[in-house]
Ligand binder design. Sequence first.
Ligand code: AHM
Ligand code: MG
Length: 343
Amino acid sequence: MMAITTLGQFIIEKQADFPYAKGELSRLLRDIGIAAKLVNREVNKAGLADILGQQGDTNIQGEVQQKLDVYADMQFINALKVGGECCYVASEEHEEGVDLSMNTVSEKAKYIVCIDPLDGSSNIDSNVSIGTIFSIYRRLYTDRPIQQEEILQVGRKQVAAGYIIYGSSTMLVYTTGCGVNGFTLDPSIGEFCLSHPEMKIAPTGSLYSINEGNYSKFPQAVKQYIKYCQEIDPATNRPYTSRYIGSMVADIHRNLIKGGIFIYPETSNHPNGKLRLMYECNPMAFIVEQAGGKASTGNNAILDIQPRLLHQRVPIVIGSRQMVEEVERLYLNFPVPFSVCYE
Ligand code: AHM
Ligand code: MG
């Protein structure tokens, strides 16, 4: 029988690789893992409990909040508050971040967490996979109240990032900058168990994921790439297969396993795209790059964008390295026609 490694054991083993680590990041990851299990429990019984449907409030993006969004946000923030390792949470559900540094337990906390507690929530009512995305930064100063520049750090400064996918099984996938590992929740023991060690994305693949309904609003480079995906060329395994769930975590997770590309570009009516830099694009970019893939706006590496706003949107092209590079080549031929300003 194969020995099981739980997420908790794995985190502790990895901490031993860093002799000066004091365990704070390990505890923070553990806290996120615990909250994920609580959210998973509610997601799983969503059709049974009176938790499906909308809460009646809108979040700062003007989107209607689903009840589960609110529940997930509360669980993650509570776990981070009680855990004491995080001093500030930037969440998709809050216009301003949540400052935890006033709590005695977190006043010396060294970490900042950016989180989308429940991404793809428009899929909840139809039982389609949804996810949580998180990103962790180290504080720059510990002798003053939290500064804006500490919250808006460039993606390359992430110390850890991960996602949880609530799908046909529930998985937690994360990186601390030394590769990517995936854990599947075993409901019989209530533990995330190492199931996908050292995940790697294939250099190329045959899946492309994009909301083609927006085709007429896409920039020329993306239109050309879609044509390229649909052309017949047995040498490059084309035509590719189109797969789009409409849940970023699920789309990127599938492409990570099978090889492929996910694109949410700028459009004529949304010149900065839809997805948010701080808690959607940066963490997914860190994970995919750590797995050997690439993440770009079409012109620039996602991880090199200097954030200016907490809820800033950016176009994203992410996945198998060679596929992303093909899109970048097309962007060189067709410069962005819209006024992309990454805000
Ligand atoms: P959300 O944060 O409001 O859930 O929106 C993000 C989601 C992503 O998961 C997904 O890739 C995208 O929105 C789908 O958008 P669209 O319906 O425009 O294709
Ligand atoms: Mg989201």
